[in-house]
Each structure stands twice: as structure tokens, then as C-alpha cells.
Design a protein around this ligand. Structure first.
Ligand code: NIG
Ligand code: FE
Length: 411
């Protein structure tokens, strides 16, 4: 098979050899100066000094990098809602002017507004908009993107969203990982209780999702305004029985639901803005990934999730964008991570790990997020001499090159 040698890179930050949990210091980062990467069949075959690699693999085709670049693994955004119709600019204007959640909902805003706008959009247009957002993320170095449904909220409309995600996955070079979030909130037009709605999703939607292989992940929003812990717990266990991987929107406004995520053996508990000492200790003691979402804090004008405390307690912390039309419309993952790092006091190593290998764990993917032999060649390089410039510019410095499975992507 054809081999391709890419380089030289001023620095390669491999993210190899880091602990999966807890605090990390920058001197734990493996940095290869004057590095190169050998690619074969979409995978990384070798990473090392470029001169050595030239000697070892003289037959490899060379892709010369002509200006100083710092190479990182592609980012993994393990929590987004980028399959939606319309926008919620009116909500945002009301929120920044000081209106409450309830006032916004009463004025016809909130999640239900996005459900209405998404239901009105045909699948083709939904796909076109999703493809644009996925490719914008890809150009920003995000090579794996989790995408949730959750703006359909009935069998037919949830399927429309999940089918759109599956189709767009074959149209973009980014990898899309879909998650069923039919348990986002009780739809206004459902004739029954919250427990009955969850039963309806379990019995009538999840089997079709399995059958059509639309997703192998299930999410639920457990919060006073959405589903309670007891119903949420039952729903998650039933979904687990059907072999779905689990994730939970937990502790966003009130603490407690992260416990359900841990008890059910979920892959991740996401949000955690309201997590307190007890929740932090429990998350840290478990194998779950704690996903923090600075974009939602910025969009809602709320406190950040306690990323520093989580890391100090020993948790595995990933950082995701939560890109959605309501609470996190910006979708600039690197900007959000850099700004949160300054507020929460995170090291560059913790941020990079949270955007790559630790985020991949939240999606149960062990084939990406590190630049080492055998991993998928999803990579991005920034026009810089030193890796510390990347967070320093707070998202303004964009990757010059992005590769997916070893192929240079042009978006
Ligand atoms: O993750 N918290 C619940 N769901 C989304 C918001 C979705 C919306 O407002 O449309 C979130 O922030
Ligand atoms: Fe979310």
C-alpha cells in the first residue's frame, strides 16, 4: 500500500502517554520537534523525527509542509446539537436583556421553538444546513463530531433528524457520531405523562433506530424542566438493555442527575455547571467522562462547570461545544475551550486532552485522539512555532491544514 510522509512540522504534540484521568501538567506532553508522520491506508504508521523517517521510508511519497506548523490530533467534539432548523435569536435578545427562562418560554421560545422550526424543515434542507455546520467545524480542526437528535420529539421527526445525520456523515469528511436525544423534553403535543412519553420512545422509536442502524447512543436531559431522576433512571436502564451506549445532560441547573449517569454506567455525564462536592467526588471515582460545555455557559451567562475541581479530584474531563440553536449558538470549540481555561485555570495539556483523547473516550472511540502508530490519521496543523500559541490566540488562530484519515481536507 502507498505510504505518505507528511512534514516537517515545527512541533508535533502527540497527546500520547497521558493519564486518562485527573490533572495533567504541560511537561507531560510529548512534543516531537522537526517531526513527520507516515500514513498508510488512512492510519498513522509512524510518528517521529522527519530526517529519521526519510531515511527509514525512502520510497514514501512526500507531502512537504513549507511553513512552520504545529501538528495536533483532530479535535473530537463529543456533544453537539447541530441538526436543527431555524434559529433562536429572539431568545438570545430576551436573555441578554435579562428575561428569565420562564418568560422566554411563555413568549414562545425555548427548546419547543426549535422543535417547531425543525419539524417544518424538510429532510433535504436539514441535511444541507447540517452539512454546512459540520464542514465549518471540520475547517476549524474538528474531525469527529457527535450530533444529537432531540428537536423532533416524535417517532417520525426524530427519525428524520437521525436519517439526516446518517446521510450527511457520508457527505462530509468529518466523522459524525449520532445520538438519539428524543428524551430532550416532553413535547407539548404529546397526550400523556413524561413516563408515558419515555415508554413511547422506548417501544416505538428505539427499535427502529436499531433496525436502521441510525445510532447506538441514547441521551436524556434530566432536570426539573425536563425528566426526573426516577423516570430517567428507568429509561436509561431500558436503553442499556437494548445495547445503546448512554450519555446524560446532567447537573445543568440543579445537582443530582450525574449520580444517575454514574449508576447506569453511562459513557459520559455532560454539563455539570451545578455539580457540587458530592457529585464531583462521585464522578471522579467512576469511569465516566465528565464533559464540560463552556459554550452553554457563555450563551446563557452562567458559571462554568467546575473543570478544575473535577480534574483535581481525579475525573476524566472532556470539553465540548454543545453547539445548538438555543443555549450555545456560537459553535467555536477552540475559542470556548481557551476562554474557559483562563477562567478555570486549566493547563494546555488538560485542554488538549479534553478536546482529543478524553473526548474520544466519551464516544467510546479508541482509534483517534492521539498521534501514534495504529491510530486514525485525523490531524490538524496551526501556523505557529510553539504549541502554546494555539490557546493564546483564543480561537482566532485557525488550523491551516486538516487531514481526515490521512487525506488533506478541503472545505
Ligand atoms: O445542552 N440542556 C438541554 N439542551 C440543550 C439546549 C438545547 C436548546 O436550548 O435548544 C443544551 O444546552
Ligand atoms: Fe446539550
Amino acid at each position: 500500500m502507498m505510504q505518505k510522509l507528511i512534514g516537517p512540522f515545527k512541533q508535533i504534540v502527540t497527546l500520547a502517554g497521558l493519564p486518562m484521568k485527573g490533572a495533567v501538567s504541560d511537561d507531560q506532553l510529548e512534543i516531537i520537534s522537526d517531526g513527520g508522520v507516515l500514513i498508510e491506508g488512512g492510519l498513522i504508521n509512524a510518528v517521529g523525527n522527519i530526517a529519521e523517517l526519510h531515511k527509514q521510508y525512502p520510497q514514501a511519497e512526500v507531502q512537504e509542509i513549507e511553513s512552520p506548523q504545529v501538528l495536533l490530533p483532530g479535535f473530537v467534539d463529543c456533544h453537539t446539537h447541530i441538526c436543527f432548523g431555524g434559529n433562536r435569536a429572539k431568545d438570545y435578545a430576551m436573555r441578554i436583556a435579562g428575561k428569565t427562562y420562564l418568560e422566554i418560554a411563555k413568549a414562545g421560545g425555548g427548546i419547543w421553538d426549535s422543535v417547531t422550526q425543525t419539524r417544518l424543515m424538510d429532510q433535504e434542507t436539514l441535511e444541507k444546513d447540517l452539512l454546512k455546520r459540520a464542514n465549518r467545524h471540520l475547517a476549524d480542526g474538528v474531525t469527529t463530531i457527535e450530533v444529537k437528535s432531540g428537536y423532533g420529539l416524535n417517532v417520525e421527526q426524530e427519525l428524520k433528524q437521525l436519517r439526516a445525520i446518517k446521510n450527511v456523515n457520508s457527505k462530509t469528511s468529518a466523522s459524525l457520531i449520532s445520538t438519539c436525544l428524543a428524551a430532550h423534553t416532553l413535547p407539548k403535543d404529546f397526550n400523556g405523562s413524561k413516563a408515558e412519553y419515555l415508554g413511547y420512545i422506548l417501544n416505538e422509536l428505539l427499535p427502529i433506530i436499531k433496525q436502521e442502524q441510525l445510532s447506538n447512543r441514547v441521551d436524556i436531559f434530566i432536570e426539573e424542566s425536563a425528566f426526573d431522576k426516577e423516570n430517567g433512571h428507568k429509561y436509561l436502564l431500558a436503553a442499556k438493555q437494548m445495547d445503546f451506549g448512554l450519555t446524560v445532560h446532567a447537573d445543568q441547573f440543579t445537582p443530582g442527575s450525574s449520580e444517575i449517569a454514574v449508576m447506569c454506567g453511562a459513557l459520559s455525564a455532560d454539563h455539570l455547571e451545578a455539580s457540587g462536592y458530592k457529585e464531583i467526588a462521585m464522578l471522579a471515582a467512576s469511569d465516566i467522562v465528565s464533559v464540560v460545555l463552556p459554550g452553554a455557559s457563555l450563551g446563557l451567562g452562567m458559571q462554568y462547570s467546575p473543570a478544575r475541581k473535577l480534574l483535581n479530584a481525579g475525573a476524566c474531563v472532556a470539553i465540548a461545544s454543545d453547539w445548538n440553536p438555543g443555549s450555545a449558538p456560537m459553535g467555536n470549540l477552540l475559542m470556548q475551550a481557551s476562554v474557559m481555561a483562563a477562567a478555570e485555570k486549566l493547563t494546555t495539556a488538560e485542554v488538549f486532552a479534553g478536546l482529543t483523547v478524553r473526548a474520544a473516550k466519551a464516544l467510546n472511540l479508541n482509534d483517534r485522539g492521539i498521534l501514534q502508530t495504529g491510530m486514525m490519521a485525523d490531524m490538524q496543523s496551526y501556523p505557529a512555532n510553539d504549541y502554546r500559541e494555539i490557546l493564546y490566540y483564543q480561537g482566532q488562530l485557525k488550523p491551516q491544514y486538516v487531514w481526515t484519515k490521512g487525506k488533506l481536507s478541503t472545505t
